[in-house]
Design a protein around this ligand. Sequence first.
Ligand SMILES: NC(=O)c1ccc[n+]([C@@H]2O[C@H](COP(=O)([O-])OP(=O)(O)OC[C@H]3O[C@@H](n4cnc5c(N)ncnc54)[C@H](O)[C@@H]3O)[C@@H](O)[C@H]2O)c1
Length: 452
Amino acid sequence: MQIVMIGAGYVGLVSGACFSDFGHNVICVDKDEDRIAALRQARIPIFEPGLADLVERNVRAGRLSFTADASSAVPSADVVFLAVGTPSRRGDGFADLSFVYAAVREIVPLMADDGVIATKSTVPVGTGDEIERIVRELRPEASIAVVSNPEFLREGAAIDDFKRPDRIVIGTDDARARAVMGEVYRPLYLNAAPLVFVSRPTAEVTKYAANAFLATKITFINEIADLCEQVGANVSDVARGIGLDKRIGPKFLHAGPGYGGSCFPKDTLALVKSANDHGVAMRVVEAVVAVNDQRKRAMARKVVTACGGSVRGKRIAVLGLTFKPNTDDMREAPSLSIIRALQDGGALVHAHDPEGESQARELLSDVTYFSDAYSCADGADAIVIVTEWEAFRALDLSRLRALLRTPVLVDLRNVYPPDEVKRHGFTYVGVGRPADPTAYGQIGEGMGIAAE
Ligand SMILES: NC(=O)c1ccc[n+]([C@@H]2O[C@H](COP(=O)([O-])OP(=O)(O)OC[C@H]3O[C@@H](n4cnc5c(N)ncnc54)[C@H](O)[C@@H]3O)[C@@H](O)[C@H]2O)c1
């Protein structure tokens, strides 16, 4: 099949590369000419494990190419996917759909009469209807179909998620579009990934419901962690205790500094706003948004307390800046609020992240960056683990102890067993764990609670 992907960002580039790997011919279109120039020179503009090899292999096979010029790509496409951004609109939190509608107005005049538009961007319910209205306005004679095909991949594991999805949701009532989309995903269907055909509004709601539910699960365990801290319970054990219940499941029950990233913050907010527009109160999700917003600065207060009540003039070594490991994405990362709050308190922030430094430099000021954890910790008054990169899971604690001015480790991802850290002479502060862990059963890691 001939596939065109509009937008070559985290979703468009991964989806385009994976579709080409299935044997389809894919052209990725992005209006960012620098991005296209880089891709044409085999430079991948984002960090995503395995993506560079996948792109290179499929470019070499002649199935994947890149252009900034939609008019050279769109006319021959069977399906045009929209994978442009839908950020929060400044001021009111609604999804900003201007990129989506601009892209639609650009591609529709170029499309084949019987082409299919498939929206991968996360868009509020009703957006497909509006796209359809624009299509009928611009091409009243054509039978272009508009499908919702939300994307569920996770950055950091995006290729595997795309190739082995839990499900593929396709929203359309049009029999022809259904057949075309079935053909696009046939290689996955053969791998037994369920294709879930639903109506277009159902698909749109499904995406927001999935993200809001996951954000709720994270926020729920974070509040339970706060309770654990007050009563001497261990949130990792609680998470295991509830996660083994198949009705609950173990994933997304890892207490930490609050969710961030390019999706959950904007999608929870957009769900609340669009539901309100339809006269429906989303009180649970509203609470999730509020609790999560407050949590990030609360994590900075945890650091301040661990430093004896003040960070003024102190050097704080922050390990991990991206919103999660294995990505360079800094959008809405908890590190941003935590670092700003520490700076507000007078701290000097040293930081290291394996992949996020260049994006972080655009968003943070007055931070000194280091190329590894040890140089970052040298002379610091405390280490704060904000993102659980593999490289931070087995740090040499004796070496760190010798480098630090004061041996304080604030572990916002519960990576380390507290007793081990304390044995090395550290003051250890985790999330939702008792002050004296030996008093309460098993500790932390190896609990079978997968990090997401
Ligand atoms: N990032 C994720 O993990 C993820 C997962 C699932 C769904 N989504 C959704 O997918 C969508 C895209 O997210 P992303 O993270 O890939 O965004 P992104 O910002 O990384 O990429 C969007 C790209 O679209 C390009 N673009 C914008 N308008 C264009 C136009 N008219 N023509 C050509 N290119 C255009 C931009 O230049 C940019 O490169 C969003 O709606 C997001 O919510 C993202």
